[in-house]
Design a protein around this ligand. Structure first.
Ligand code: MG
Ligand code: ZN
Length: 352
């Protein structure tokens, strides 16, 4: 009793309260390589002087990607598992197995004062980015997904798919109807705009491939977004998708896979550089599933050359690595269902 009344205890009490108050909320940069498993990462490593940005990560986990009723997931079910913590049917976005809408991590962030951003090298309505704002029974309802994006609280987005807003079956022009957001069509306009919410269309339809000269790079898009969010007092959650690694896998085209992987890897390096200066940034990198059943069957180390074989033009069910860096990165170690990624984010951000 004597000690509990000692002034020193009151001092400790006030110091610990002050520490709690001073704790900065955590920023998140979440990378999803569509169709990117260990074969794609290994291939990208061997053609890049035996190195990738992935080596700088602090913890590695493995996620089990099967969907609610299919051993082999698609990007909709896998995206929903990671964004919303529930296994659902292939092709379904933001709804559970009974088609009930479920909250996603971006929405939790928005109601906790976070700025949120989505960046993709597909259309912004494609299954992976759509899993962070849409609730639809089919991933192919692009016009409905576009409508839901305009009604969402996403602060910044970058990706293709303008035509689903402007050339619609219902003849509406969603860009004219949306008075909450400024829409731009170049990275320069994005950088110059001081609007609170900005949509940047990188293409009318699907963006070009890197091999066709896609510009800006994923790292340039991420850096422009970081510039916007870093200027504000609020913490942020950014989802970055290397969308077309998957498309290269479906095409069984290794040059397509490797060029898209390189763009993805460089954007991860840019995020790591940012997080090393801004210590309260958690980076998580994973894939939604593997595509192509890729194997590396030979090659020459010294010439950055690999010999590869694809075993399917579809997805595979192999477990997918999860790399984490920064505060709470230890949460992401181990072997778990892809749904746990949502719960691990929730726990790391103290949203319970
Ligand atoms: Mg995708
Ligand atoms: Zn795919």
């Amino acid at each position: 009793m004597y000690y509990s009344k000692s002034p020193i205890y009151f001092l400790f009490f006030f110091i610990s309260i002050a520490n709690l108050l001073a704790q900065k909320p955590i920023n998140v940069i979440f990378f999803i390589g569509d169709g990117t498993g260990l074969p794609q990462i290994s291939a990208g490593n061997y053609v890049n002087d035996n190195h990738t940005a992935f080596e700088d990560f602090q913890y590695i986990g493995l996620s089990k990607t099967h969907s609610y009723d299919n051993l082999v997931t698609d990007s909709a079910a896998s995206g929903t598992a990671m964004s919303s913590g529930m296994k659902t049917h292939n092709r379904v976005i933001g709804l559970d197995e009974n088609k009930n809408p479920i909250p996603n991590i971006l929405e939790l962030c928005q109601s906790n004062g976070y700025k949120t951003a989505l960046i993709a090298t597909s259309t912004i309505l494609h299954a992976t980015p759509a899993s962070f704002f849409a609730k639809v029974s089919s991933r192919y309802k692009y016009e409905e997904i576009a409508f839901q994006l305009t009604k969402s609280e996403v602060d910044y987005f970058m990706g293709g798919g303008k035509k689903y807003f402007t050339s619609r079956k219902d003849n509406r022009n969603l860009l004219l109807e949306d008075n909450t957001r400024t829409y731009v069509s170049s990275i320069g306009e994005f950088e110059k705009s001081s609007a609170e919410k900005i949509g940047y269309f990188t293409a009318n339809d699907d963006p070009k491939t890197i091999l066709e000269g896609r510009n800006p790079s994923l790292s340039k898009m991420l850096l422009a977004t970081l510039e916007k969010v870093a200027l504000q007092d609020s913490p942020f959650f950014i989802m970055v998708e290397g969308s077309q690694i998957d498309w290269g896998g479906h095409d069984n085209d290794i040059d397509y896979v490797l060029s898209e992987f390189k763009d993805f890897n460089e954007s991860i390096q840019a995020a790591l550089d940012f997080a090393k200066k801004n210590k309260n940034t958690l980076i998580v990198v994973t894939g939604d599933h593997e595509t192509g059943g890729l194997a590396i069957s030979g090659g020459e180390m010294e010439n950055n050359k690999i010999k590869t074989v694809f075993s399917t033009t579809g997805h595979t069910a192999i477990m997918i690595p999860v790399f984490s860096y920064g505060p709470h990165s230890e949460e992401f170690k181990g072997i778990y269902d892809n749904t746990q990624i949502f719960h691990k984010f929730k726990k790391s951000l103290a949203f319970d």
